[in-house]
Design a protein around this ligand. Sequence first.
Ligand code: ADP
Ligand code: MN
Ligand code: MN
Ligand code: MN
Length: 337
Amino acid sequence: MSYKAEYIWIDGTEPTAKLRSKTKILPDGAEPPLWGFDGSSTNQAVGEASDCVLRPVFTCPDPIRGGDHRLVLCEVHLPDGTPHPTNNRAKLRPVVERFAAHEPWFGIEQEYTFFQAGRPLGFPDTGFPAPQGPYYCGVGADEVFGRAIVEAHLDACLAAGLPISGINAEVMPGQWEFQLGPGGPLEISDALWVARWLLYRIAEDHKVVATLDPKPVKGDWNGAGAHTNFSTKAMRESYAPIITACEALGERLKEHIAAYGHGIEERLTGRHETAPWNEFSYGVGDRGASVRIPWQVEADGKGYLEDRRPNANCDPYEVTRLLIDTCCTALEKAGQL
Ligand code: ADP
Ligand code: MN
Ligand code: MN
Ligand code: MN
């Protein structure tokens, strides 16, 4: 007998990469092997030298097909075995190794928006719904839109064994969030890409589009982010390392903003629970700061920080790499391991 392996990878679309996938039939019990694809159709190669290599890095049960079928997340490599330039996971791996002693953990809050017929789900055919206020964590057909998809996605993530930790309806109609973690940088980033794929795939069956557009509706409507909660062993044990990390983030503002997702200037305006993209701030319980220290963390004198800046459309391999590099370098300088 055989099983279906859905090979999933991240393409080379600019400015924001897309997910791609295709199916390979494998003999029962066989490990998913290397495979190839036409890189000239994914912005990853030119026609004359179009072969790209798929290298499986994470697999889990396929909750859509069920049975013994599997999802297979891949890194993209060149035929000579070196990482493709679009392979951001390969850039994260050495940083994870270098700072492994810090035991970094991440929890990512993925916000997203459902669209149907070119409008956010729940928006009237013309004009706008009532202003924001009742929708966040709401209940009732006049306040939440798309719950059946969201529940199906949550069940799928659980069946796949992904480290999903919660869901909630967001501030704009048709906008939702799921949380992953806490867990290690590769574990959480891989899981986020698979969870995104599942979201698109399940919404497809409902004839709804899920988008990670960071500002899906211009004007007085919340954008969509990917708040990234971060801690190291030292931060989970005492408070001073959390402050060291916050200060370090302020010193590398530009580098972080450049890697936190296309269109970030449109979302981080200083309104709608954001800080301006070109100013750095941190504060306890402050949802208008770039980085928030949760009140419970201050009360406990240890825990984690929340970088509120990453866009919904960010690449978690980039975001986790920069957070580890910036914060762990500063912690080492301060002797706070
Ligand atoms: P918010 O109040 O910002 O909406 P959420 O409950 O949506 O918070 O998300 C909190 C996130 O923090 C979760 O993803 C969780 O995994 C993560 N988290 C909790 N503890 C830690 C920790 N010590 N290190 C990193 N992330 C953590
Ligand atoms: Mn949240
Ligand atoms: Mn949120
Ligand atoms: Mn948050």
